[in-house]
Design a protein around this ligand. Structure first.
Ligand SMILES: [Zn+2]
Length: 87
């Protein structure tokens, strides 16, 4: 397997993972939603996932960001175009 083919397979696999399972396990609380404080050891709501135990994968976050840019750009273009019959 050539390095290019291996890299392509890796990127495709990660893209499919981000499409099929956009949320991964929170590394801070390990999907419990809370973790002990450093000094007092009292359980508090996880700030990374806001208590859900899940986090958005980086690949999916990048896709959502690019999709939002595309939607905004095409919405502005559509808004500036005159519609038929309104001259
Ligand atoms: Zn968490």
């Amino acid at each position: 397997m050539t390095p290019l083919l291996a890299t392509t397979a890796l990127i495709t696999g990660y893209a499919l993972l981000c499409w099929a399972l956009p949320f991964g396990r929170c590394w801070r609380c390990k999907k419990t939603g809370s973790h002990p404080r450093l000094i007092t050891r009292r359980l508090t709501t996880c700030r990374r996932c806001k208590g859900s135990g899940l986090r958005l994968r980086h690949g999916r976050a990048a896709f959502n960001y690019l999709a939002r840019i595309h939607a905004d750009a095409t919405a502005r273009r559509r808004a500036n175009q005159p519609t038929a019959g309104t001259r």
